[in-house]
Design a protein. Structure first.
Length: 173
């Protein structure tokens, strides 16, 4: 089940919390609830990705991107992810989720998510997402222009460029 109560909390905290500039790293503190765990017991691998949605939403609210998307009738879309799990996060333990926009390729915006507990990286995700409008994907440059960040175009890290190239070699039906 999607964590709607957490979503509401993230949006509320984003609205009253410290604003951020798009490009800054956002941090959300969370606790692993019983509904987050699997059989082993640790936070379920799929739940990591679901909670990372909340990191991007927090950043979108704090940077004003959420308002731009709503004003235009657009929607956030996921287009790919690469996940690395390193250490389990146990039930009822707190952790931090760090979300950093890395850059864009004109079409997609790339984010790095990291869950941290006690200074240790528990999981790390490269996420590719975009904004969809009535006529399909909205160019990242248009989204950033409306956000007032047309100047934001950092060079993508080499490891991200390699991931993009490797992903293009996959054939999809």
């Amino acid at each position: 089940m999607y964590p709607y109560f957490r979503l509401a909390k993230v949006i509320a905290c984003g609205l009253i919390g410290k604003p951020r500039t798009f490009g800054d790293t956002g941090t959300v503190k969370m606790l692993v609830w019983p509904a987050d765990i699997d059989f082993y017991p640790e936070m379920n691998n799929g739940r990591h990705l679901t909670l990372m949605d909340l990191g991007r939403i927090d950043l979108a609210v704090r940077t004003g991107l959420f308002k731009v998307v709503r004003r235009n009738g657009w929607a956030f879309v996921a287009a790919g992810a690469s996940v690395r799990y390193r250490h389990p996060i146990r039930p009822l333990k707190s952790f931090e989720l760090h979300t950093t926009p890395l850059g864009h390729d004109g079409r997609w915006i790339y984010f790095h998510h990291e869950t941290l507990q006690g200074g240790k990286t528990c999981s790390s995700v490269l996420f590719r997402g975009g904004i969809r409008g009535k006529n399909g994907l909205v160019p990242a440059s248009e989204v950033l222009r409306q956000l007032g960040r047309a100047d934001w175009n950092p060079e993508l890290p080499g490891w991200v460029v390699h991931w993009i190239a490797a992903d293009k070699t996959r054939e999809l039906p």
